[in-house]
Every structure is written in structure tokens, then in C-alpha cells.
Write a protein that binds this ligand. Sequence first.
Ligand code: NAP
Length: 242
Amino acid sequence: MKIALVTGASRGIGRACAKLLAKSGYRVVLASRNLDKLQELAREIGEAGGHADAIVIDMGSQESIANAMAAAAKDFGRIDILINNAGITKDGLAVRMKPADWERVLATNLSGAFYAIQKVLPAMMRERWGRIVNVSSVVGEMGNAGQANYVASKAGLIGLTKSLAHEVGSRNITVNAIAPGFIETDMTQVLSQELRDKMVANTPLRRIGTPDDIAHAVKFLVSDEASFITGHVLDVNGGIYM
Ligand code: NAP
């Protein structure tokens, strides 16, 4: 049974990915800062006949990532699939952005993903098999006013994905990114109705995406059917950016 670690599995897109991967026969390691929520999800997955375990990780801390990955390696032997999904926003215009807001977003969304990758790669290289999926964003491709920190982190993930795909392809490890459009989760809950309506009007498929829309793309990219796809950025955005 292949083992998939999903960061940010407590809510939203990560939760949907973890549930779908578990349903598809993977053993899932659920990672985020909120152990209670992860354990609740692990129970839910178990009751549905799947296999899931919870570990605490703070993707903004190199030390926490190292500890969590060491614990995962000890408990599960190896991680075959890494879904770097955890992410935060701290929006504001660049001219007034606080250094702490810049640094926190870059540390969590980009550096955290990189350090997690560094921890799982040696075993994947030994096994000559691995799948890494980085959850970027449509704004990482097109830019967005008020989100310089977030957009830089998401564009950074795309560069990281492509560079890594070059580095580890010969070991049968694929590295891809998904760029979601507007998805209904806690992250987008704060946006006004007016902005939502505008977003939907600008989306050719005329709806907001669901966490499951992203989970299905993740499931495909980690499958054997996607074994010749690497360094790709898969847009799952209803056509809002092409
Ligand atoms: P969400 O509902 O806000 O969930 C964020 C997840 O990330 C939570 O599970 C949270 O878990 C985890 N997380 C945040 N900071 C963390 C940290 N320091 N360490 C570990 N886990 C952390 O967001 P979402 O919409 O599902 O977003 C998931 C990913 O998709 C993010 O990378 C986001 O940038 C990206 N995305 C979302 C959209 C959208 O429209 N929603 C669009 C494009 C891209 P805890 O709080 O339990 O730690």
C-alpha cells in the first residue's frame, strides 16, 4: 500500500485530497497544526474502511518539519507521495506590507514545502518511485494586487516544481503542481459576495470550485496513469485563466 502524506489535511482542499486518496486505496498521513481535527478525520476515514494517521506539523518551522518527517519515517518506513497543500494568506498592498507578513507566508507556503520535499526525497530516490504534488494557485501564474507575498510563494512553488522535476526524473519521481482557481474553503470564506459574483462571472464554467475538484486532479497526478507527466502545472480553475 502506497503511503501519501498530505499537509494541511485538517480542512478544505487538503481534507478532500486525504479523503479521496484514502478511498482510492492509499494509506494517508494527515499533517497540520491541529491534531484534534486530524484525529477526527483519521477516525472518519477508518470508519469508512480506509487507513489514516495524524501527525502535527508546522510548515512555517523547519524544526517542526524535520521532527514530523522523522516521526513519519519511523512509523511508516517511507513516504511515497507528498502533497504539499498547506498554505496561508496575509494580504495587503506591497507598499505597506509588514516584513512579518511577507516572511510568514513565504516560510509556510514555499520554504516549508521545500523542506518537506528534502525530507522525503532520499527514500523516494532509494525506492526509485515517488510522487510530489505542490498546490500552487492561479494567482501564482497571473499575479494579483494585494497578494505580493502569497503570489511570490505560489510562483516560487512552480519554479521549485520544474527544477525538481529536472533533478529527480531519472529516479522515476514525478513532481507536478496544481494551480487551483477560486475554491470554496475557509480561505475564500472571507471574500465579499460582490467579489464572489465577479469571480463567477469571469469564470467560463460559471461556478466556484469545490475541494473535490482539486482532489480529483491530485488523485490523477499521483496515479500510475500519470507516470509520464512531470514538471507540469495543472490548472483547475474553471477556465478563469488559460
Ligand atoms: P484552508 O481551508 O484555509 O486550509 C489551509 C490548510 O493549511 C489547513 O488544513 C491548515 O491546517 C493548513 N495550514 C496552514 N498553516 C499551516 C502551517 N503553518 N503548518 C501546517 N499546516 C498549515 O485553505 P484551502 O483553501 O484548503 O487551501 C489549501 C491550499 O490551496 C493552500 O496552499 C492554498 O494556498 C491553495 N489554494 C487555495 C485556493 C482557494 O480558492 N481556496 C485557490 C488557490 C490555491 P491547520 O490550521 O490545522 O494547521
